[in-house]
Design a protein around this ligand. Sequence first.
Ligand code: S3P
Length: 466
Amino acid sequence: MHQSTDTRPQPRSASRSGPLAGEITVPGDKSISHRALLFGALATGVTKITGLLEAEDVLNTAKAVEHMGARVYEEGGTWSVTGCGVGGLSAPDAPLDFGNSGTGVRLMMGALAGHDFKAELIGDASLSRRPMGRVLNPLMQMGLEVMPQGADRLPLTIRGATAPLPMRYELPVPSAQVKSAVLLAGLHAPGVTTVVEREPTRDHTERMLRYFGAQIDVTTAGDATEISIVGEAELTGKPVDVPADPSSAAFLVAAAVITEGSDVTIKNVLLNPTRTGFYKTLQDMGADVIFENERSAGGEPVGDIRARSSRLKGVEVPASRAPSMIDEYPVLACVAAFATGTTTMLGLAELKVKESDRLAATSAGLTANGISNAIEGDTLKVHGSRDERPAGGGIVETHMDHRIAMAFLTLGLGSQAPVTVDDTRVIATSFPSFVDLMEGLGANLSATPANAGTKNPTSDNKGPGA
Ligand code: S3P
């Protein structure tokens, strides 16, 4: 398994590009890839996975389940996981390293809540800054022990219970990771575990656990959705064909929309409605973005996305849409710089606890490139102008956040002067082929920083993550 070993920052610049054109695919969905490996490890029999995202975050989940007894191997692009059955993992003989991945570690905490052994969980500097209490609190109520007591950040050690207590849990934050962790703990519990969510978050865990044979009931009353799992379940390995990741496709779609004369089609993309808020927002802005060839594959809606360059107008993005586009705000903010008028994005509190404080990092990156913007509480406002392209010319601090790096490289394809991102190594966590695919469509991306040595306009404007 390839992991990047280079310890030096790798800056890159993006400059104004001609029409982008082509029909391509992007790598597999990250959320579904993590789940296929983890649920495969908890199932009996073999789970064969095609289209798995072969990126650092997902490969760390593969390594973690291997350390606990699952067999994982790849042949000709198909990954096979021979699982251990629910509750059948064995104690790891070394710390489990999740690198940059919140999804990997938080879902694993839920799965390990049903295993009575100690596991030390570690991650990189970004992951070690992120809150884990949101997952550990409900899991502790179900019987998980956390060492040191009260720990909310990695590194930490957990010890699960053979039979965690079933529980009813109302999500205090709209998070699919928290929902998934509680449901995974509930898989092992004697009784029914229910998660209540007020805002729908991505539902891949529910769909895939049901597909693997768990009894999952979903009911909606008013604004509350209740997801129940019957515990002491048995999972059976099944084939999983992972569709392309809409969160990765978002950068290419954005690039097509902001560069003149572009026409790009991305094939076989996951179009689950809990993930398509970004595309809906682009359409609201007047973007020529359409879904074609919509169909169902492996229990998930998929289709092709065609994006052409468009004249855009600023819109208000309601807070209720945030969970369905939570990873796309940095790139939406960059697109908004090309729209006429102000784009107002409401309800962004969760952005502050991603791989970086994405609210601050996005705002700082925009400012560095001469784009007027403001953070007001949990709201981000971007003041755009289609007639006068964003200035660009800035150096953007990535803060170990892959989506900040890709969003601002996308910005540079349409801005007047090149945009430089200080370090692109972290892109390998989710989208290792990003640069190659962009260049294949006609994007100008250079490993030699265009504006190295020039003063960064935001050097006085460091976000909290700085
Ligand atoms: C994910 C859930 C989201 C998202 C992350 C992937 C998942 O995080 O940001 O990239 O696969 O469940 P939250 O659950 O913290 O919102």
